[in-house]
Ligand binder design. Structure first.
Ligand SMILES: [Zn+2]
Length: 396
């Protein structure tokens, strides 16, 4: 049963040609107009930005990470200091993820049983044991508005039986998460099932039968081809209730946000916009540009004409190019401000177009001029990130 006291979700408008919809998600920390993008604050901070800056960018909701905060500084400490909102100085809405994804992608030497997961910290090798009950208890201590069920997040795999077994465990864990919940936070269930449409349908049917406050599609954006991601979302979406928020985890490139919204997704989170910003990859309406490229050396204009962000309003692309070349700290901040504003503004625009009944035309026009990163480059960048993730502790 839903124990979410002040959580309201109201759909205001639906696109007649796609599954896109505009809604208002109200949490105890304010209203979140959807579709919405959730910047990722892995270690209780969206890297390099203050909460005031996040608000000014238009962010209404931020995501914190249970696995990372459990290891550092420790969740009892955050609880003692007043909870995650207070600890990180963020008064807007907050989601915490359950730690499932990190335990399965980042921690070492995992042993999974029905009881839970035994793993070693990626920081110091110390041993820890997560259960669905503990994941809920930790998220209750952090006190976010929205918390997530603890799920098993297997790697991208074509082993049907292994994926099915893992999905069934996720289902049992989802029930245990629900049963152990004490506080009045919104608890979202997560649909798994890998890249198998049949399993995705089974998972969506089962998870929705449990009656959560919202539904997430997990286990995508793990390096599978983008067409597969779209197909799985399309299979899953019609099985999710219309009156609850739908959340696509780990998706945050401009073209994927548009495709997700057009398939009926309300919420997204991803570290991609901030992570690539720190590497000098900046979004424009024509695609992603690499600010270190020589062509920006004497570029007098902003990164993007017409962008309303602080960076574009005050600095030339040449200045950013210079900061990146010198590895100045300001480079990371200015690039992060631009990319997050780009994505948040895109969400605002999509919402307005849904309300105006013009989403479909907007989608076609945006995708017509936006040149996505090609698949080969995308895979190479992902590989590079996965490798650096285990060495430099740059894990979000
Ligand atoms: Zn900008």
């Amino acid at each position: 049963m839903s124990k979410a006291g002040e959580h309201i979700f109201e759909v205001s408008s639906s696109c007649p040609r796609t599954w896109a919809r505009a809604a208002m998600l109200t949490t105890p920390h304010g209203a979140v107009p959807t579709p919405a993008f959730t910047p990722v604050g892995t270690q209780a901070t969206v890297k390099s930005l203050t909460p005031d800056e996040l608000s000014a960018l238009g962010a209404k909701i931020v995501l914190g990470n249970t696995y990372h905060l459990y290891l550092r500084p420790g969740i009892p400490l955050i609880a003692e200091l007043g909870g995650l909102h207070r600890f990180m100085g963020w008064n807007g809405s907050l989601i915490t993820d359950s730690g499932g994804y990190q335990v399965f992608s980042l921690a070492r030497l995992r042993q999974v049983s029905d009881e839970g997961v035994l793993f070693r910290s990626h920081i110091d090798g110390s041993e820890h044991f997560f259960t669905p009950e503990l994941a809920i208890q930790l998220q209750e201590a952090l006190g976010a508005d929205i918390i997530m069920a603890f799920d098993e997040c297997p790697p991208y795999s074509d082993d049907f039986d292994a994926v099915r077994e893992s999905m069934e465990r996720t289902h049992r864990w989802a029930q245990r998460c629900q049963e152990s919940q004490q506080r009045d936070q919104a608890l979202y269930g997560i649909v798994q099932g890998g890249m198998f449409e049949e399993l995705r349908r089974q998972s969506a049917t089962f998870i929705t039968s449990l009656g959560f406050d919202g539904y997430a599609i997990g286990g995508l954006s793990l390096g599978e081809p983008k067409d597969v991601t779209k197909q799985i979302v399309e299979e899953t979406m019609p099985l999710l209730p219309k009156d609850k928020p739908r959340y696509l985890m780990g998706v945050g490139s401009p073209e994927d946000l548009i495709e997700g919204v057009s398939r009926g997704i309300d919420l997204f989170d991803s570290a991609l916009p901030t992570r690539i910003a720190r590497n000098g990859g900046l979004f424009t309406r024509k695609g992603r540009c690499i600010i270190r490229n020589a062509r920006f050396r004497d570029w007098e204009g902003p990164i993007e004409d017409g962008c309303d962000c602080y960076t574009c309003g005050n600095f030339s692309a040449a200045y950013l190019h210079h900061l990146f070349k010198c590895e100045e700290l300001l480079a990371y901040r200015l690039a992060t401000l631009h990319n997050l504003r780009f994505v948040l503004r895109l969400m605002e625009e999509m919402r307005q177009h849904i309300l105006d009944g013009t989403f479909s035309a907007f989608k076609d026009s945006f995708l017509g001029s936006y040149q996505p990163c090609d698949e080969e480059v995308r895979q190479a960048q992902r590989q590079k990130w996965m490798e650096s993730r285990n060495t430099k502790f740059d894990q979000d």
